[in-house]
Design a protein. Structure first.
Length: 326
């Protein structure tokens, strides 16, 4: 299959750390070629493969600007790209269905300003602004090892980075990602909590803890972490989408509807899944017509896939219900 070029939209997202979730088939291989407008490959860039609000695989480009994501099941996805000098980029939908798919090419715009401090966001910990070179080198080495799925080596490099610079919030966060890949949930949580103890405003650690809580069906804890994250970065659309889902699972239906409106008002992030959550929240509130509006918006923004089919069935049920009332 020929390579695919994707339309990119600027969004505000947390930086994606190299990680691949466990339990997926290794039949499908997604290869991504990252093209920088400045011509120089930046290996600090992070690529995240998303399906709805869920992270399926994560990686970083090597020196050749290629990212390889293995073990990706068939389905429809989008890519979220984060890096130095920009808050984030999101692609339109891609389809994964065969091992021999050609590389996906994404183009990364670079900032015009030379002052990187202008672009500092909640993705960067204040504690990480003056990292010793040796510690930063170990962190960079760990990132490459994570890209290659050398989890034990990555853990050792991150531990060395922390030994050289104890208040290294990003290193603790990445260490949590490594432990997650190894299935060690206790140490994962401990590492993420260390990152937050170092810098309570470090959004990625809050969001990673929330993802961990969602996986464990601990939605009250997930909601709390995501609210902490949105307090620091209220315009992070991906976090707001996750928050709406956690609020729905906690029965906070008015909050779900409010978060959906917040995400939609940003108008520069993918918010289909927020409309999905809001639709069911309206149904729970017995506001059926409003639920229909949310399902219609969802289908407009995510027209294909199982959820889109389910949404159309819901719309048919709503139409029958409303006609029966007339």
């Amino acid at each position: 299959m020929a390579g695919r070029r994707l339309l990119l939209l600027v969004v505000f997202v947390m930086p994606a750390m190299a990680q691949m979730e466990k339990g997926f088939s290794t039949d499908n291989h997604v290869r991504i070629h990252v093209v920088y407008s400045g011509g120089t490959c930046d290996t600090s860039t992070r690529i995240e493969l998303m399906q709805g609000p869920n992270s399926i695989a994560r990686g970083a480009p090597g020196k050749s600007c290629m990212v390889d994501l293995l073990g990706v099941p068939k389905g429809a996805y989008r890519l979220v790209v984060s890096g130095r000098g920009f808050a984030g980029i999101e692609t339109d939908e891609i389809s994964v269905g065969a091992f021999d798919n050609g590389p996906i090419e994404i183009n990364i715009p670079r900032p015009q300003s030379k002052d990187d401090s202008v672009f500092r966001s909640a993705s960067t910990s204040f504690s990480d602004l003056n990292i010793p070179k040796r510690a930063a080198k170990e962190f960079s080495k760990a990132s490459q090892q994570m890209e290659q799925q050398q989890w034990d080596r990555a853990a050792a490099s991150l531990e060395q980075a922390i030994a050289l610079y104890p208040p290294y919030a990003a290193a603790y966060n990445n260490l949590g990602v490594v432990y997650a890949r190894e299935g060690d949930r206790s140490r994962e949580a401990d590492a993420l909590q260390h990152a937050i103890a170092i810098d309570s405003h470090f959004v990625p650690a809050h969001v990673n803890l929330a993802r961990m809580d969602i996986a464990a069906n601990n939605f009250p804890a997930a909601e709390s972490e995501l609210k902490n994250a949105t307090t620091v970065d209220p315009d992070d659309g991906v976090t707001l989408v996750l928050l709406a889902y956690a609020e729905y699972m906690n029965g906070h239906f008015d909050d779900v509807i409010r978060e959906c409106a917040r995400v939609h008002s940003l108008n520069n992030v993918p918010h289909a899944f927020a409309h999905w959550s809001a639709a069911f929240a309206f149904e729970q509130k017995k506001q059926i017509a409003q639920a229909g509006e949310e399902f219609r918006t969802f289908v407009k923004e995510e027209p294909t896939g199982k959820r889109a089919d389910d949404a159309r069935k819901e719309l048919a049920n709503i139409a029958n219900y409303l006609s029966a009332k007339d």
